[in-house]
Design a protein around this ligand. Structure first.
Ligand code: FAD
Ligand code: EPU
Length: 337
């Protein structure tokens, strides 16, 4: 376990922001993880846990220890006739896990294909796409308390999952490191094709009875048609969450803007932030080295030399303009450092 000093974090987040870490270490086991925390304690410096860096915006240098979590391993921990449970190390790459499950004919993760990042970060914001959320396949997780270094188990209730939310972003923020996640998968496919675009793509590809792989490929096709590849252009996926507004506010807005997309939920109506940002005139706009993606207005991009401050400023301008036009306050999905 080698601790590096003063290194650039540019290759380690998908926004490609050139901020420095005072100390940086890759951790591949529980023993290394504990040693890294002991080093930080001794030096009295804060710790930042990093997975794939695909949901982080660096606005400043990290004056502490960055721990890049690389604990690997996929283990079947229980198997029944129609279901199985797998425990996966936090450092496994999410999309590699999805492909592994498809190879094995284990169903559950296929709609979540091509989401960047690691398994350990997936419960942080209860990742979701195309009609499925992590919580639908989640059994439990193991997490290490950052103070006591003890490992605790969390069941779904303890995680308090919500839309792009969990207890680890709320009351337990910065208190635990997720070290493994256990998933509950099915041996017989249970397809979730209700999300319009998936059906359309399968139909267009002439597929009537899809396999897991074909569903995964349809999802990948849709994602690649609108989301920028971080290897080519810096971004962190959706920058903001889709806001939920009251039914009354929705009706008032809908009277003025008949094409506003909205989906009812128990709290009100969830509206499409991408639509709001596009209507406020931001889609495809570029300001210096940063901008708003031309195919998906919810994605802010770094053309290469942009800074975290540039992206932050752009995001604030967008928030102000959407609020002025629609009276809706957008909340970031991305974690600011
Ligand atoms: P990081 O960015 O490394 O970390 C995110 C946060 O979690 C940080 O606060 C970090 O400190 C903390 N953290 C990371 N790992 C751990 C751990 N093991 N224990 C404790 N804390 C930890 N998200 C979706 O939900 N749906 C999508 O469809 C989607 N599409 C995307 C598309 C693109 C092109 C991109 C770039 C991003 C997309 N995202 C999406 C966002 C992102 O991929 C997810 O949030 C992902 O889970 C982040 O994983 P990561 O390992 O990169 O986390
Ligand atoms: N829209 C526009 N203009 C745009 C973008 C979107 O009008 O520029 C409209 C679309 O026409 C559509 C609606 O907004 O009616 C929703 O768009 P889309 O299907 O592209 O999904 P999204 O709501 O923008 C969400 C997630 C994505 C996830 C997709 C698919 C959030 C914040 N984002 O995006 O997750 O992949 O649905 O399920 O919930 C992420 O979290 O990083 C992410 C990429």
């Amino acid at each position: 376990m080698k601790i590096h000093e003063n290194i650039s974090l540019k290759p380690f987040t998908t926004f490609g922001i050139d901020k420095k870490a005072k100390f940086f270490v890759r951790v591949g086991s529980m023993i290394e993880l504990k040693s890294a925390f002991l080093v930080a304690k001794e030096k009295r410096i804060p710790v930042l846990i990093l997975g794939g860096g695909s949901n982080i915006l660096l606005t400043q240098d990290v004056e502490g220890l960055v721990i890049k979590l690389e604990i690997k391993g996929i283990q079947v921990v229980k198997e029944e006739a129609h279901h199985l449970w797998i425990e996966v190390g936090a450092g496994e790459v999410w999309h590699d896990l999805v492909l592994h499950c498809i190879d094995k004919d284990w169903a559950g993760l296929e709609n979540l294909s091509l989401i960047p990042g690691t398994v350990g970060a997936s419960p942080m914001q209860n990742i979701g796409a195309y009609g499925v959320e992590l919580k639908d396949v989640f059994h439990s997780l193991q997490a290490m308390n950052r103070e006591t270094l003890e490992v605790h188990s969390f069941d779904p209730e303890a995680c308090q999952f919500g839309y792009r939310e969990s207890i680890f972003k709320q009351t337990l923020k910065n208190q635990y490191v997720i070290t493994s996640v256990t998933f509950h998968l099915s041996k017989a496919p249970e397809f979730h094709l209700e999300y319009g675009a998936i059906k359309e793509v399968l139909q267009a590809n002439g597929i009537q009875h899809p396999s897991l792989r074909e569903v995964s490929e349809a999802v990948i096709q849709i994602r690649q048609s609108k989301l920028p590849d971080p290897k080519e252009i810096g971004n962190a996926g959706s920058f903001f969450k889709n806001p939920t507004i009251s039914s009354n506010q929705f009706e008032e807005l809908r009277a003025l803007h008949p094409t506003l997309p909205g989906y009812s939920n128990p709290e009100g109506v969830k509206v499409a932030a991408g639509w709001l940002i596009e209507q406020a005139g931001w889609k495809g706009k570029r300001i210096g080295h940063v901008g708003v993606h031309a195919k998906q207005a919810l994605v802010l991009v770094n053309y290469g030399e942009g800074s975290g401050e540039d992206i932050k400023q752009l995001s604030q301008q967008i928030q102000t303009s959407v609020f002025d036009k629609f009276g809706i306050q957008l909340q970031p999905e991305v974690n600011f450092i």
